[in-house]
Design a binder for this molecule. Sequence first.
Ligand SMILES: [Zn+2]
Length: 353
Amino acid sequence: MAGLKKTIIRTGLETLYFSGLHHVMRPLVGGVGSILTLHHVRPLRHDAFQPNRLLEITPVFLERLLRRLARRRIDVVSLDEMHRRFIGGDFKRRFVCITFDDGYKDLLRWAYPLLKKYQLPFALYIPTSFPDRLGELWWVAIEAVIAQNRRIGLVIDGKDQFFECRTVREKRELYDAVYGYLRSMKTEDELRKVVRNLCATYRVDIASFCRDLCMDWAELTELAADPLVTIGAHTVNHPILKKLPNESAVRAEMEMSRSVLEAALGKRPQHLAYPVGDATSAGPREFRIAAQLGFKTAVTTRPGVLFKEHREHLTALPRISVNGEFQQQRYLKVLMSGAATAMWNGFRRVNAA
Ligand SMILES: [Zn+2]
């Protein structure tokens, strides 16, 4: 349990971890529907140090999930259709939306063929700096810094501090500590500065992750042409919006990403996902701005299923994260019951504070 809790704190995602398919399916029977969050879909890698493993599932796991969804009496619907059902009060059938954050290349190779095969609609939330090749995937960059070095220096409170990271265990602990340290920074600028310094010191090319991992505009254009696909906004620079100093900066991130996507893909995005998306990353200020900007819906990573009451909070929707971090860890199967999301939320249905 301590390990699980630590990872949740570390990721700041307030994510629910599902160790097997039945655990993903179970919460789907609550409420009127739910929105699934996925990031990477790719075959297992065997490196011992993979602190971001929680952000990926295997193609086999995805296919089993899709097959089950296709068979059940659950409608897999687009975000527009979800919105229509909320506005129209049409809750006759339970629904699920499938969403992918950040626009990783592996989606094209591994997930897209499966989604096509089962003809299931899905959405992609794109931070426009990623296809522009200006994005900083800082959580991947610090993974590389720690993986490639045996000792890391950081300036903390004006003092040089050094940390050993020879063993996998030390690397994991250091990753958690550095991640927590970065998340505790007051502003996004400070966070980025520390990451850039680390990358410069340890010769990690932070731009390379964006190039190697994320889809480019040509690939996104191809996807966007498919009627199964909805492209949603995910800001420009993928900042933790709550760390931005003022409203106009938050507004600019949301508005600009919508304009860039519209210009590049010819369709104005109607839906938004807040980067990182937990309660420390997006709150009432962000929910209000997204609504003012006219987004039909906006999603967080706060865990939970959807209830009718979310009609009044369409820019503060919870999601259920599907990931493979703990697939092997049996204790989680015990931890995760059908009531998991309800317990998590203290049995509150809507959490938009
Ligand atoms: Zn994201």
